[in-house]
Design a protein around this ligand. Structure first.
Ligand SMILES: [Zn+2]
Length: 120
């Protein structure tokens, strides 16, 4: 086994390798740059308490932003009518992606108005 106890070099590495080091929500590619790789995290697709939550089959690669973009995802699952049982990893990612993308769009609007360097 790996001597590393951190996510990037240790327990996350086989998950990132399986996902080709690509954020499953926005497509950020950890092989493209060192900084991209540094922003990779493991994203649990099942809620706390679910028996399969820590099964690598139900954990995917996500960049730091996408991982935390919708931090109400599990808390609001019931009101949103989301279910988790019986779905495959890719179905669970597809279910979560629209919520991540909504948050990304809202941040992008802010960035374009308030952060982006003006063209000269
Ligand atoms: Zn991402």
């Amino acid at each position: 086994m790996t001597p590393y106890s951190d996510s990037l070099r240790g327990y996350g590495h086989p998950i990132f390798a399986r996902d080709e080091f690509i954020c499953q929500y926005c497509g950020l590619d950890g092989r493209e740059s060192f900084d991209n790789w540094l922003s990779l995290t493991v994203d649990h697709l099942l809620p706390k308490g679910h028996p399969l939550r820590d099964d690598p089959d139900f954990i995917v690669t996500a960049c730091k932003f996408c991982n935390t973009a919708d931090n109400q995802y599990f808390a609001r699952a019931q009101e949103r009518g989301l279910a988790f049982d019986g779905l495959s990893r890719s179905e669970l990612v597809d279910q979560r992606r629209p919520y991540v993308e909504t948050t990304r769009r809202s941040y992008r609007d802010f960035w374009e108005k308030n952060v982006r360097r003006a063209l000269s």
